[in-house]
Design a protein around this ligand. Structure first.
Ligand code: PLP
Length: 401
């Protein structure tokens, strides 16, 4: 391996939300941080190099984006997903979540209905409800092995009954780690076209697809699906540069492109900062080998957790994710309430994990663990989870906890 993903990290002076903001979500800051989706791994050297060059220029005024910036994103899409996008359909926005919120406001009215599929990344519901739109949930369904599927029967009945305006789709899916198959994507598209529902496809995780899986951009299926889909993507998760706060959106329909562009102008958030500008282009042009090795490292960490659970904690179940670096751990056999499970992890395990119920009530019984770290952090995390779960083995009732 050319890159060392097991290097010890020190984020003490890194102003890291993951390490310093636990106190706002958990009992205190003294927990082992395996929550929030950023990596305890240094980004690719070529990205750091470009940013250093920018620092050395010493001038950090407003920046413009050269054509090569858009072209790098378009080329990446073609090379990695065999999907050619016209750079002129792209717009840059400060992030995927801001994009979702702006789109909800632009494309729907107060009181309109918007579809999501829980359990799902929690801002999907807050951008709907906080913007005074109505959330319609078509929950994913699990088979007996704990593997998640889209419930097309439920989805169609919700679409038929509710006059839904927009569907916010997560592909690949956070937190359940699914990479949707062509068949699932086609069915999704077909239903949305039938009921005249526009799709926002959040594909921020599309590059972090684990060995043996293939991501298919929803918009790439056909001309009709392309026209009906607004796709959000970014190299931020892929290369651990989320703090640079930028992202891309594709608008194949010109009028929608113009509306979004106008909105960004009104808010005066049309520019990159000097660092995201050089970092993103470097990511998309110089860092493929780093990403390939990262995926091997992540896969190794997943394998480690999976073996650990089988050997030492058979009561905790894991379906290996097909994408993302997030493990959706099933603790439901412990029969704890969501609050008890959360407390168990924090108090007994001294570990910070995203509680499953943050992603929807049907996430209760689960904890989401971020394994995008050096191996020693995963080992420590598993020791802590083991300690917490072991305390429950001697309990005759939950009340003793
Ligand atoms: C599905 C999904 N969308 C968007 C984001 C955040 O995107 P941004 O930082 O660009 O707002 C995340 C972060 O974890 C995510 O999981």
């Amino acid at each position: 391996m050319k890159y060392n993903f097991n290097e010890k990290v020190d984020r003490k002076d890194n102003h890291s939300a993951k390490w310093e903001e636990m106190k706002y979500k958990f009992i205190d800051n003294d927990l082992w941080p395996m929550w929030i989706a950023d990596m305890d791994l240094k980004t690719a050297p070529s990205i750091i190099e470009e940013m250093k060059l920018k620092v050395e220029q010493g001038i950090f005024g407003y920046v413009y984006r050269p054509d090569s910036y858009y072209q790098s994103a378009a080329n990446w899409s073609e090379e990695r997903f065999n999907y050619k996008i016209n750079p002129q359909t792209l717009i840059c926005s400060p992030g995927v979540v801001p994009t979702l919120s702006i789109l909800v406001r632009l494309m729907t009215d107060i009181g309109d209905k918007i579809l999501i599929q829980s359990p799902v990344y929690y801002p999907f519901s807050s951008v709907v409800t906080e913007n005074e739109r109505i959330l319609i949930d078509s929950p994913l369904k699990k088979d007996i092995n704990g593997y998640y599927h889209i419930d097309f029967i439920d989805m169609e009945s919700k679409l038929a009954a509710n006059n839904i305006k927009l569907f916010i789709f997560c592909s690949p899916h956070n937190p359940v780690g699914r990479v949707w198959t062509r068949e699932e994507l086609e069915k999704t598209c077909e239903l949305c076209l039938k009921y005249n529902v526009k799709i926002i496809s959040d594909e921020i995780w599309r590059d972090l697809v684990l060995p043996g899986n293939v991501h298919i951009p929803l918009a790439s299926l056909s001309k009709n699906s392309e026209k009906n889909t607004i796709t959000c993507f970014s190299p931020t998760k892929t290369f651990n540069i989320a703090g640079l706060q930028s992202s891309f959106v594709t608008f194949p329909v010109k009028k929608e492109w113009e509306n979004f562009d106008k909105e960004l102008s009104l808010l005066d958030i049309k520019r990159n900062n000097p660092f995201s500008l050089v970092a993103f282009e470097a990511a998309y042009t110089k860092c493929t080998d780093w990403l390939e090795e990262l995926l091997i490292h992540l896969d190794g960490n997943i394998e480690y957790v999976s073996n650990f659970l089988k050997e030492k904690l058979p009561e905790v179940k894991l379906v290996k994710p097909e994408a993302t670096y997030l493990l959706w751990l099933d603790f439901s056999s412990l029969n704890f309430s969501k609050e008890e499970l959360s407390k168990l992890m924090q108090i007994e395990g001294k570990i910070a994990l995203d509680d499953g119920f943050w992603f929807g009530e049907n996430g209760s019984g689960y904890e989401r663990m971020n394994i995008a770290t050096p191996r020693y952090m995963v080992e420590e995390g598993m020791k802590r989870i083991e300690k917490a779960v072991k305390t429950t083995r001697n309990l005759s009732s939950i009340k003793e906890f």
